[in-house]
Design a protein around this ligand. Structure first.
Ligand SMILES: Cc1cc2nc3c(=O)[nH]c(=O)nc-3n(C[C@H](O)[C@H](O)[C@H](O)COP(=O)(O)OP(=O)(O)OC[C@H]3O[C@@H](n4cnc5c(N)ncnc54)[C@H](O)[C@@H]3O)c2cc1C
Ligand SMILES: *[C@@H]1O[C@H](CO)[C@@H](O)[C@H](O)[C@H]1NC(C)=O
Ligand SMILES: *[C@@H]1O[C@H](CO)[C@@H](O)[C@H](O)[C@H]1NC(C)=O
Length: 455
């Protein structure tokens, strides 16, 4: 009987309207598109081309769908749209370690690629972000790691792209900074068509070492921020505004035989017990600021310790520095028997803004002033995210729409790179799901909401 009812309901709704909402990986209640008429799980590049041609004939919009890890509803226009998912278009071939190249299809995830490369004695250097996100989606959105010394944007490692244009034709674009097609395609926000094939640069496998120190807020606000980040393979800061502290994390390569340790990082793993405790306290923080203060204290304490386990024994690693293979240390994944925090309804909003790194101190001091202005009203700004406020960096990368581009009309000096201020905060599961002091965030958000970050 229930089954019959739901069939009838579906039929009735279909009669009224044939379009529906498409959600991010967070599922129901987290739409990324509002007017979707069909979602296809394509199985090959040829099938994607056919689907695009068909949609073009019907006058429908087309958007690619990767793993749905976007945070906000920036994927589609309001017109009727067909979504073509790339998850099952995920071949990897032609690894050539001597030439330093590999071919991948757009649906390949970092997780999948890293495993394949590691098994073959290679890695993708610093052009990597989170583990279960597609290469196509990351290149389209200008996703990035954090480094001033090395390429930080994923597209920094791309040598050529094939994308399917609005007519269903394959366009091959080689990396060439004097070519407008390349400059547009290298961060397209998915608007030029569906990226299907990517030629990537790869490197021989290395080991990496990770180190972290705790600093007083003033040591960063008045410090040589460029000098703290630029010497390293990858480095970043995490800000704990209530405690007035920073964590400073930095990584570099070491010879493969320098250490036997095989550290494996996890940013998102939680046990059920931890998750339920965190959710209860964080939800109460919607109404009670003292819960947020306490939460920042707890998160800070947890983040002080290495968020690494030994890869083979799953035992906690308790001391810095930590050593391990490139991908395991820079990204890692989930610990066995734990789940990502979002599987326990721990989700965030975020606000990410980019500034020239040449003005890093000025920007952070300005933010401190804004926080202090709240404190004057007895509202103490806290971080309700497990790793604090993310302060990331990117070496300059020239393209038309990327965050780390330069030679912009604003006349600012972006040539030394970009500092990104990424303020994630807990999204309450109770009431209207707005945060304590919500107006602070809405006031500040000329939201560049397409991404956030944690690595
Ligand atoms: C917990 C978390 C941590 C994150 N950490 C980082 C981080 O460290 N650094 C960072 O930069 N970002 C980070 N992100 C953001 C993430 O990198 C981007 O949202 C990325 O675009 C997601 O890729 P996806 O495969 O899930 O794509 P989707 O979310 O499915 O799609 C994102 C957009 O890209 C378009 N798109 C997808 N595939 C293609 C394609 N093949 N061709 C053309 N357009 C396409 C889609 O139409 C859509 O507009 C994080 C996100 C989350 C949720
Ligand atoms: C969907 O798009 C069509 C036009 O393409 C428009 O007429 C309709 O109002 C839209 N529906 C929604 C829910 O936005
Ligand atoms: C990756 O994401 C898919 C959903 O797209 C999910 O089914 C799978 O379990 C995830 N894998 C890992 C290792 O998290």
């Amino acid at each position: 009987m229930p089954r019959l009812c739901s069939l009838l309901t579906a039929a009735t709704l279909c009669g009224l309207s044939s379009s529906f909402e498409y959600n991010t990986f967070d599922g129901e209640g987290h739409p990324s598109c509002y007017n979707v008429t069909a979602v296809y799980d394509a199985r090959s590049v040829g099938e994607i081309a056919d689907l695009v041609k068909d949609a073009a004939r019907k006058g429908l919009q087309v958007r690619a769908g990767g793993k749905g890890h976007m945070w906000y509803d920036t994927q589609c226009s309001d017109d009727e749209t067909v979504i073509i998912r790339t998850e099952y278009v995920n071949n990897i071939w032609d690894l050539d370690l001597d030439a330093g190249t590999v071919m991948v299809e757009a649906g390949v995830t970092f997780f999948q690629l890293a495993e394949y490369l590691h098994d073959n004695g290679a890695n993708i250097g610093t052009g990597l972000v989170n583990w279960n996100i597609s290469l196509g989606g990351s290149i389209a959105m200008g996703a990035h790691r954090t480094s001033l010394r090395e390429d930080a944007v994923v597209v920094g490692g791309v040598l050529a792209l094939d994308l399917i244009d609005g007519k269903g034709k394959i366009q091959h674009i080689e990396r060439d900074e004097s070519d407008d097609d390349w400059l547009a395609a290298s961060t397209s926000l998915g608007l030029l068509g569906i990226i299907v094939k990517i030629k990537l640069r790869v490197f021989p496998e290395t080991k990496v070492w990770a180190m972290q120190k705790t600093l007083d807020e003033d040591d960063v606000l008045d410090g040589d921020i460029y000098g703290m980040i630029s010497p390293y393979l990858t480095a970043n800061l995490w800000w704990w505004p209530y405690k007035r502290k920073f964590h400073w994390r930095y990584y570099d390569s070491v010879p493969v035989d320098e250490s036997n340790q095989e550290g494996f990082q996890s940013t998102f793993s939680v046990t059920e017990l931890e998750a339920v405790a965190a959710r209860t306290l964080l939800d109460s923080g919607k109404y009670l600021p003292s819960s947020n203060w306490l939460m920042e204290e707890i998160f800070f304490g947890l983040w002080n310790k290495p968020n690494f386990h030994d890869k083979s024994t799953d035992k906690e690693i308790t001391e810095w520095p930590v050593y391990g293979y490139n991908y395991d240390v820079l990204i890692g994944g989930l610990y066995p028997d734990q789940k990502p925090e979002w599987d326990y309804d721990l989700r965030g909003y975020t606000l990410e803004l980019a500034f020239p790194v040449a003005r890093a101190n000025e920007m952070l001091k300005r933010v401190r002033k804004l926080f202090d202005a709240e404190a004057a009203r007895l509202i103490f700004m806290t971080s309700t995210y497990r790793s604090g406020i993310n302060i990331k960096f990117s070496k300059p990368h020239y393209d038309f729409l990327g965050q780390a581009t330069y030679d912009t009309v604003d006349g600012q000096d972006w040539s030394k790179g970009t500092i990104m201020f990424d303020f994630p905060s807990y999204r309450p599961t109770v009431g209207d799901q707005k945060r304590y002091n919500e107006q602070f965030f809405t006031k500040r958000s000329t939201t560049n909401g397409v991404e956030s970050c944690t690595v």
